[in-house]
Design a protein around this ligand. Structure first.
Ligand code: T5A
Length: 220
């Protein structure tokens, strides 16, 4: 029987090269096999305006950007994405799988750039109101392995390195710590995955989480 409630909001988080994008489609495919109507999207991005903001945020050729500007652009892109895509989909009962969301802002702009977490929390309240992800898959990976994967992909696919990927290991280690602290603080929402495992093992771990989420959602 069709479930008429609001859809479930699932986010994928983690450091560079952790494997989030690799698993977005297969995660959606698995949910569709279970009869769920699901869309996939990403941040920063997901709508025409938000993708244009993404292009500015990731452009490695622009001169240095003030950290507050970076933070505000992330939330500007997020507001557009929420209002035009995520909220309407959830209200229609669709599930939304989003490659990164506000936990990335806490991790990168908060723990990575050193901006005040309370300032991020203020913007979160303003832009999102009460809306938070229902479930967050945290792809946890040693920073050096992640950076190696990104470098390898850049060679294999002949794509450049973006403005964040050119940062050093110290920055990414702060981000990893930030994510782990957030996961500890919201243990019910976060599901930490060992992203160093082979792709198929990570996929199995994701399916175990999804089965639990599905069961809870159907009972709600
Ligand atoms: N950002 C974003 C902020 O600073 N604040 C914010 O609020 C938000 C929302 C977005 C950037 O914006 C920043 C964070 C980011 O730097 P992006 O291109 O979307 O830019 O960056 P990422 O989300 O980090 O994307 P990546 O592509 O770098 O990482 P993924 O998606 O985690 O990794 P993926 O799946 O592309 O895999 C990387 C490579 O590893 C291989 C894949 O084949 C691929 O080649 N791989 C594996 N290899 C071995 N074993 C496995 N298990 C593997 N899984 C994947």
């Amino acid at each position: 029987m069709a479930h008429t409630a609001r859809g479930c909001f699932i986010t994928l988080e983690g450091g560079e090269g952790a494997g989030k994008t690799t698993h977005v489609q297969s995660t959606a495919d698995y949910l569709r096999q279970q009869g769920i109507d699901v869309i996939t999207t990403r941040e920063p991005g997901g709508t025409a305006v938000s993708e244009a903001i993404r292009a500015v945020l990731l452009n490695p050729d622009l001169p240095d950007m003030h950290a507050d500007t970076e933070l505000l652009l992330m939330f500007a892109a997020r507001n557009e994405h929420l209002q035009r895509k995520i909220i309407p989909a959830l209200e229609q009962g669709q599930w939304v799988i989003c490659d990164r969301f506000t936990d990335a802002t806490y991790a990168y702009q908060g723990y990575g750039r050193g901006l005040l977490l309370e300032r991020i929390a203020e913007l979160e309240r303003w832009v999102q109101g009460e809306l938070r992800p229902d479930c967050t898959l945290l792809f946890d990976l040693d920073v050096e392995i992640g950076m190696q994967r990104v470098r390898q992909r850049s060679v294999d696919q002949a794509v450049g390195i973006d403005r964040f990927e050119r940062e050093q290991a110290a920055f990414f280690n702060k981000i990893r710590e930030g994510y782990l602290m957030r996961a500890q603080a919201s243990a019910g929402r976060f599901h930490k995955l060992d992203a160093a495992q082979p792709v198929e093992k990570v996929r199995q771990a994701i399916i175990e989480v999804l089965d639990t989420v599905l069961q809870q959602w159907r009972q709600a």
